[in-house]
Design a binder for this molecule. Structure first.
Ligand SMILES: Nc1nc2c(c(=O)[nH]1)N[C@H]1C(S)=C(S)[C@@H](COP(=O)(O)O)O[C@H]1N2
Ligand SMILES: [Mo]
Length: 419
């Protein structure tokens, strides 16, 4: 390999380390480092366009304030920004949940390694089975529409509606998005890797930086998935809404676990352990289980399916003119099945009307709906929406408290003012 190529490879490696937060700045400001490295990125034509991001930003794509609420390493989609968009959340508007920072990975040198005692042959002797990006693209592909939703979506409403204090990112309702994912079945990859009949759990792990919480290094983001789910409908996705998977959403390949809490859908997957024994990580023990007075002493089993929710495509505190006809739009979704019915109240919960549905109810995705409204009385009021799914679940008035504020499912009171 010639020197110039060496240099480019070296610089790109450094860029990735820096974006991963690994670099020691050594007196050089991050802004200066980014300027130095931006030329490298352009020269080597990264597939997703210019990956340069604002200095110190953990997210690559622009997250303008009219579309996103910044929340540390995360960005929450503003529901008003979804108004007038189609069934699928545009990639530019999709929320981002990063434990650390988006790593800028290159599909050409990416490998997926499968290892563990749940595989037959070589991997059982410690030699992983490897798939490159092109290997995955050569396998039969499947496309499916599914939401990704953080288990903590709606968490802030434990405090604002129920007076309960919970730690964690205070999401309103924008830690959810629906995309059309294309990729290969995890089942196909596991079978090609030599899945043994002893396997019980698989554990995908991300290539983003190790996660440090409360002074403790918890290692790379990883969460076990029972084999039954892994073989059912889980994808290794490389496309999102017809585009190569964007950097922030797991480029080049992420796991996509339909209907389950977002943490199951590991981004930037680098390896998958296949195990003959149940696996544990912080993300299915300390985190993503329910603890609290209403739950067993040692907590519930690890979270799987998402709960049921509704949101208006409207900003909090929106104003309306008395006597003017409006059409209120919103979306409702559930991890247990399609949403078949939505009831809306425009007077704080006294009178309810059935909303008109704009999608055929389907599992793993939301149903869009609308309801006309001509406000009469000036003053503050609250808009409420209550969904019911095919499993017969519907949103309660109060969510059952859990110490980490997961799975908020109560009807959210959306404040507006009539002028
Ligand atoms: N490797 C890795 N995978 C990850 C995460 C992460 O920080 N690192 N965050 C998880 C969480 S908590 C959620 S809610 C979803 C968010 O996916 P998105 O950022 O594409 O919206 O990714 C999950 N997968
Ligand atoms: Mo999440």
């Amino acid at each position: 390999m010639c020197a110039a190529q060496h240099e480019i490879a070296y610089d790109r490696h450094r860029l990735r380390q820096w974006l991963d937060g690994e670099a020691k700045a050594d007196g050089v400001t991050r802004r200066r480092l980014l300027t130095l490295l931006a030329a490298t990125a352009t020269a080597t034509a990264l597939p997703m366009g210019n990956p340069a991001r604002a200095a110190d930003s953990p997210i690559v794509k622009p997250t303008p304030p009219e579309s996103f609420i910044q929340r540390g390493t995360n960005a929450e989609t503003r529901w008003e920004a979804l108004n007038g968009t189609g069934h699928h959340t545009p990639n530019a508007l999709f929320f981002v949940r990063n434990h650390t920072a988006t790593p800028v990975l290159d599909a050409t040198d990416w490998r997926l390694r499968l290892w563990g005692d749940g595989l037959r042959g070589r991997p059982a002797e410690g030699k992983p089975v490897e798939f490159g990006y092109d290997d995955l693209r050569a396998l039969p592909s499947v496309t499916r529409t599914a939401f990704v939703e953080c288990a903590g979506n709606g968490r802030s409403h434990y405090a604002t509606q129920q007076g309960q204090t919970v730690p964690g990112t205070p999401w309103t309702l924008g830690a959810v998005g629906v995309a059309r994912w294309r990729g290969v079945r995890l089942a196909d990859v596991l079978r090609r890797a030599g899945l043994s009949s002893c396997a019980v759990d698989v554990q995908p792990r991300g290539l983003d930086a190790e996660y440090v919480s409360g002074g403790e290094n918890l290692g790379r983001v990883r969460r076990p998935l029972p084999l039954a789910k892994a073989l059912d409908d889980v994808l290794l996705a490389y496309e999102m809404n017809g585009e190569p998977l964007p950097y922030d959403h797991g480029h080049p390949v992420r796991v996509l676990v339909p209907s389950w809490v977002g943490i199951a859908s590991i981004k930037w997957v680098g390896d998958i352990e296949v195990s003959a024994q149940p696996l544990y990580s912080p993300w299915n023990t300390t985190f993503y289980r329910l603890f609290g007075p209403a739950y067993p002493q040692d907590g519930t089993a690890p979270l799987t399916r998402q709960t049921i929710k509704s949101a208006f495509e409207l900003k909090s505190g929106a104003t309306f003119t008395a006597g003017e006809r409006q059409v209120l739009h919103g979306r409702s979704w559930s991890g247990a099945g399609g949403v078949v019915r939505v009831d809306v109240s425009t007077d704080g919960g006294t009178i309810w009307r059935r909303a008109r549905l704009h999608d055929r109810p389907r599992s793993d995705t939301w149903t869009r709906w609308s309801v006309p409204w001509t406000p009469r009385t000036p003053g503050p009021t609250q808009l409420l929406a209550r969904a019911t799914d095919t499993a017969g679940r519907s949103q309660p008035d109060t969510a059952v408290f859990n110490t980490q504020g997961y799975l908020f499912n109560a009807v959210v009171r959306h404040p507006v003012t009539v002028l």
